[in-house]
Write a protein that binds this ligand. Structure first.
Ligand code: SF4
Length: 347
């Protein structure tokens, strides 16, 4: 019976060094292989040209490299690029490159499907199939970095974990991927340029603070009224806003890093005065900014973009208490790459 080979990128540098020592080779060989895998992005052992044939054979016998493959790449009229990324087991996730005049941002996925059930989100209609491995997250970033260089002549400047999945439900792998992205052996990107966006799981937010992460945190808030939020994101009934608030206060005490609230205003759902007042109150608890995100309906159901007047009312109320508000116009709508639209339609 053939033994299933392990993905070599699941090994740390120390584990690779130990592997070579246990095979009668030098520990240093582990460093060389690690560099090939992460710094040079080798997709096969054959590529590792400074290793002897015998060493490459040993690797081939024991391991595989489960790299991703960009199956299809679509470019939107506004320059947004969407990759459908095939994983080694045939599953597909999507990641997006969003260009602005001054920078390029990668929006990456952390799970295949999603564990949660936000009613406005296309990804929620796919059940969660599995968590992505650290290397699979890293590869999405590398693929987008290449596209950024190719189409926009500069390296990727920012990363947001706002693609498919709830990143904090794949906590260890997301943190490992970020470790590689920020490490000098990986992309060497500053953690300040990375934002992890969560639907707001209090226990995990506290864990991030305890782990002293250096990246930024965004919370998909969408309502500061429990009953309304539970209609938008049913799982949030398990995490009352009071608990979320405590976790965010804890985060800020430990990290001194402002929170970004992601907030969509929907017609007839949260476009009323009570919703605005509740958000204003919530924003006073922890230093924060608010991103009002334009919504892309995924069907003709109850979630439809609110009027410009409703959005203006939010802006006025938040600015009155000194909160920075940005309106995020959706990008890549024509290729279903906009917020909440990632759903492997073409897979
Ligand atoms: S919005 Fe995010 S957390 Fe909610 S279902 Fe969609 S992918 Fe999951």
């Amino acid at each position: 019976m053939e033994i299933e080979k392990k993905d070599i990128r699941a090994l740390s540098k120390d584990e690779l060094r130990a592997f070579f020592v246990s095979n009668g080779d030098k520990a240093f060989r582990g460093n060389q292989v690690y560099e090939w895998l992460w710094t040079k992005g080798a997709h096969s052992f054959e590529d590792m040209t400074n290793l002897s044939k015998a060493t490459r054979m040993v690797l081939e016998t024991n391991f595989v490299i489960n790299h991703i493959k960009v199956d299809t790449m679509q470019r939107s009229e506004d320059g947004t690029v969407k990759n459908a990324v095939r994983l080694h087991d045939g599953l597909v996730v999507e990641s997006v490159l969003i260009p602005t005049e001054t920078r390029t941002t990668a929006c990456v996925s952390s799970q295949v499907g999603c564990s949660l059930d936000c009613n406005f989100c296309a990804t929620a209609r796919l059940k969660r199939m599995r968590n992505l491995e650290p290397a699979e997250i890293y590869d999405q970033v590398i693929a987008i970095d290449k596209e950024s260089r190719l189409y926009y002549n500069h390296p990727l400047s920012n990363i947001v974990f706002m693609g498919m999945g709830e990143p904090l439900m794949n906590y260890n792998n997301v943190l490992k991927a970020i470790e590689m992205i920020t490490s000098p052996e990986g992309l060497g990107m500053s953690p300040k340029r990375i934002m992890v966006s969560t639907s707001g799981i209090p226990k995990m937010i506290k864990k991030l603070a305890d782990d002293e992460v250096k990246f930024k945190l965004a919370v998909s808030l969408h309502s500061a009224i429990d009953s309304v939020r539970a209609k938008i994101m049913p799982f949030s009934a398990n995490f009352p806003l009071k608990e979320l608030r405590e976790a965010l206060e804890y985060w800020y005490r430990k990290t001194k890093s402002k929170i970004s609230y992601e907030y969509v205003v929907w017609k007839g759902i949260n476009d009323d005065k009570a919703s605005i007042d509740a958000l204003v109150k919530f924003c006073k608890y922890v230093p924060c900014k608010v991103n009002l995100i334009e919504y892309n309906p995924i069907d003709d159901g109850e979630f439809q973009q609110a009027s410009e007047e409703a959005i203006a009312a939010y802006i006025i109320a938040l600015q009155a208490i000194g909160v920075v508000v940005k309106v995020r116009r959706s990008r890549g709508k024509d290729i279903d790459a906009a917020c909440g639209q990632l759903a492997n339609k073409d897979a």
